[in-house]
Design a protein. Structure first.
Length: 607
C-alpha cells in the first residue's frame, strides 16, 4: 500500500508546484561587501545589479548566445519603463561585450556605447531624479564611463614609429583644449598617465572623478623674444584630463547624440559643470611633472657637471615648468653641489599638490654646472634673472613677479645669497685696498669688466623673500679635507673661468702677493675662503629664513652638524625664522623641511 502511495506521489513531485528551497546561510560581512562590489571592471563577472536586470527581463540566456540582440531588446524595454537601473545594466553589458571583441572597430563601437549609457545614467534627468551622491551604482558608472573613454582613445590610437606619443586617429569627435596657455597647434600628442608606474616619488597628487588623466605633450609659446631659453629643450609635459561631453538623451536616436572631447589643464581646472551639475575631474599632476624632469637625464648631469663643468656649460639654464602665468608668484629653486633640479622634485611635487599654493605660485629651477666656483654661478644666475625680468616684467609693474621667492640648498644658497646682497666694496677689498674707481684706469680693461660683473652688484628688487636650506655661509670643513682637494684636481673648468683666474692672478702678482684663488666649487667651499668673511659683511634688505639639518642628538649647538655643514656655518643671526630638522645635509625632501617651506610660503601670501 505504501509503495502505491509513493508511486502516485512521484508525478506530483516532478510536475507539481513545490517551491524552491530558501537557504539562510551564515557568511562574513567582508564576503558580503566583496560580492556587492564585484563588477566587470574588477572581475570577469557582471555586477549583481546587472545580472538582476537580465533576469527580470528574461534575457539571461539570450545574452549568452546573442549579446547584441539581448542588449537591443533591453534598451527597448528600459525606454518603455524609463528605467535608470536598466541604463546602468546596458552600460555594463556594452563594456563586457566590447572586451570580447577582437576587431578594433567593434571594440570602439561598444566602448562608445558603454560610455554613452553610463553618461546617461549619471546625467540624464529624463530618466527621473538623478542618482544620489551615495548611490553605490554611481561610482561604478563613473568608473565605467572613464574606462570606456580610455579604451576608445587607446584603441583608436596608432603609435608613431619615432615616438611613444599618441594622437587621435579614427575617432571623428571634435576636440577643444581648455586653459593650456599654448597654441592648439603646438600640442603634439599625449601619453596615458595610467599606463606608467611611477617609482621614486614619495607622494602622488591625484583627484578622483570623471575623465582620463594624461601627460599632454607640446611646445611652449616662444613668441616673446628670448623666452625660449627659459624652458627646457624640446617638448614640455603638461597635466591634462580628457572628458567626453555627450549631448542627447537615453531616449534619443543615435543620430541625435553627439560627442565632444574636452582637454582640461588640471593645474587650473579640477571641476567642470555638466548640465549645471558640479563634476570632479580625475586628475594626476605628479606623473607629468616627474616626466618633465625625468626625461632630461639630470642624474647623469649631477656627476658630469661636477667633474666636467666645461662640457656641461650649455646645460646652464633658469627654466619654467609651465607657461608663465602673470597672476602667480614665481618661486625659484637653486640646487647645490653634485646635484640638479631632481633634488627638489619631491619638494615641488608636494607644493604643487597643496591647493593653497597651486593657484598662487609657479615653480622654476636654476640648473648650473656645480664644478664651477659659486661666485661664478651666482654671476650667471644674476644675469639670467635680469634677462627673464626684462622679458616678463620690463616695467617692474607686475605685483606677482615683484614678489619672487628664492629657495637655495647648500652651495645653491650661496648662489642665492649673492643675488640678494649689497656687495659694496667687500669683494673688491679682498684684492685691493685702493678705491676701485681710482684704480680701474690702471687695470686691464678685461679685469675692469670682470670686477664690474662679479665683484660689484646690488640685489634684485623683485626678490622679496629667501629660504636657505643647509647652507654653508661660512664654508665647510669638507672643503679642507685632503680627499676633497684630491677630487677637485680632476674638475675640468670652462675656459672662461680659467681666463678670469689668470686675470685675477696677474693683478694679484703685480701687488707682490700670493692668494689661493680657489677657482673650483669644492675649494671655494673651504672654510678658509676669504669670500665668506666678505659675505658676512654684506647687507640683506629682505626677510630670509634658515632651515638647518642636524644629526647630533646630544650636546651644545656648537657641536651640531648635518655631517657636511656645521650649525655654526649655517646659522644667520638675523634670520626671520630658524628651524632645525633631524636630518643630514641632503634634507630637501624631509617632511619637516617641506612643512616649513609651506609655512613660509603661506606667510608670504598673507604679507
Amino acid at each position: 500500500m505504501k509503495i502505491h502511495v509513493i508511486l502516485l506521489a512521484l508525478p506530483l513531485i516532478f510536475f507539481g508546484c513545490l517551491s524552491s528551497p530558501i537557504q539562510f546561510t551564515p557568511t562574513t560581512i567582508e564576503s558580503s561587501w566583496s560580492e556587492r562590489q564585484s563588477n566587470i571592471l574588477n572581475s570577469d563577472n557582471l555586477s549583481s545589479q546587472t545580472r538582476q536586470v537580465l533576469r527580470i527581463h528574461f534575457l539571461n540566456d539570450l545574452f549568452i548566445t546573442d549579446p547584441s540582440l539581448a542588449i537591443e531588446k533591453l534598451i527597448v524595454k528600459c525606454k518603455e519603463d524609463k528605467s535608470r537601473i536598466g541604463c546602468f545594466a546596458i552600460a555594463e553589458l556594452y563594456y563586457y561585450h566590447a572586451t570580447q571583441q577582437s576587431n578594433y572597430n567593434k571594440q570602439i563601437k561598444y566602448y562608445t556605447e558603454s560610455m554613452k549609457y553610463s553618461y546617461f545614467y549619471m546625467f540624464d534627468d529624463k530618466l527621473g531624479s538623478l542618482p544620489d551622491t551615495f548611490d553605490i551604482n554611481l561610482k561604478l558608472m563613473s568608473d565605467i564611463y572613464s574606462q570606456s573613454l580610455a579604451k576608445c582613445l587607446f584603441v583608436s590610437q596608432k603609435q608613431k614609429k619615432e615616438s611613444d606619443e599618441m594622437f587621435l586617429r579614427t575617432l571623428n569627435w571634435p576636440i577643444v583644449y581648455h586653459d593650456f596657455d599654448i597654441a592648439d597647434e603646438n600640442i603634439t600628442g599625449f601619453l596615458f598617465a595610467d599606463q606608467y608606474k611611477l617609482t621614486g616619488m614619495t607622494n602622488s597628487y591625484e583627484t578622483y572623478g570623471l575623465g582620463v588623466p594624461l601627460i599632454l605633450k607640446g611646445y611652449p609659446d616662444i613668441s616673446q623674444t628670448g623666452i625660449d631659453e627659459f624652458y627646457l629643450e624640446g617638448k614640455q609635459s603638461y597635466p591634462a584630463t580628457i572628458f567626453a561631453k555627450i549631448t542627447g538623451s537615453f531616449f534619443d536616436q543615435p543620430n541625435q547624440i553627439d560627442i565632444k572631447l574636452d582637454f582640461y589643464n588640471t593645474l587650473k581646472v579640477n571641476y567642470i559643470s555638466v548640465d549645471d551639475k558640479r563634476v570632479s575631474l580625475e586628475t594626476d599632476i605628479t606623473k607629468p611633472f616627474a616626466h618633465l624632469l625625468g626625461i632630461h637625464n639630470f642624474h647623469k648631469f649631477e656627476f658630469s657637471s661636477l667633474f666636467d663643468s666645461a662640457k656641461e656649460e650649455d646645460k646652464l639654464r633658469l627654466f619654467m615648468t609651465e607657461p608663465y602665468n602673470e597672476n602667480k608668484i614665481p618661486v625659484v629653486f637653486v640646487h647645490g653641489l653634485f646635484s640638479s633640479p631632481l633634488t627638489w622634485i619631491q619638494t615641488v611635487n608636494d607644493l604643487r599638490g597643496d591647493p593653497r599654493f597651486k593657484d598662487k605660485y609657479q615653480f622654476w629651477f636654476f640648473i648650473y654646472p656645480t664644478g664651477n666656483p659659486f661666485m661664478y654661478s651666482a654671476t650667471l644666475f644674476r644675469q639670467k634673472l635680469k634677462k627673464l625680468a626684462s622679458i616678463l616684467d620690463p616695467e617692474n609693474t607686475n605685483k606677482y613677479f615683484q614678489q619672487m621667492v628664492v629657495v637655495g640648498h647648500s652651495m645653491g644658497g650661496l648662489v642665492t645669497r649673492m643675488n640678494i646682497s649689497h656687495s659694496e666694496n667687500h669683494l673688491w677689498n679682498l684684492l685691493s685696498d685702493e678705491d676701485f674707481d681710482k684704480k680701474k684706469k690702471d687695470l686691464n680693461p678685461k679685469m675692469v669688466e670682470l670686477a664690474k660683473t662679479a665683484l660689484f652688484f646690488k640685489p634684485h628688487s623683485f626678490i622679496k623673500r629667501v629660504v636657505f636650506i643647509a647652507v654653508p655661509h661660512r664654508g665647510s670643513e669638507y672643503g679642507n679635507h685632503w680627499l676633497a682637494r684630491f677630487l677637485s684636481s680632476f674638475i675640468n673648468l670652462p675656459i672662461q673661468i680659467l681666463n678670469m683666474a689668470k686675470l685675477v692672478g696677474e693683478f694679484v702678482a703685480l701687488r707682490g702677493e700670493n692668494i689661493d684663488l680657489k677657482i673650483n666649487s669644492v675649494s671655494s667651499l673651504s672654510t678658509g675662503n676669504p669670500i665668506f668673511d666678505a659675505l658676512d659683511k654684506m647687507k640683506i634688505d629682505i626677510p630670509y629664513h634658515s632651515i638647518i639639518g642636524n644629526t647630533v642628538t646630544e650636546g651644545p649647538k656648537e657641536e651640531w652638524t648635518d655631517n657636511v655643514v656645521t650649525y655654526a656655518s649655517s646659522h644667520l643671526d638675523n634670520a626671520e625664522s630658524e628651524v632645525i630638522v633631524p636630518e643630514w645635509h641632503v634634507c630637501t625632501s624631509h617632511p619637516l623641511v617641506i612643512s616649513e617651506l609651506k609655512r613660509i610660503l603661506f606667510l608670504h601670501l598673507n604679507k
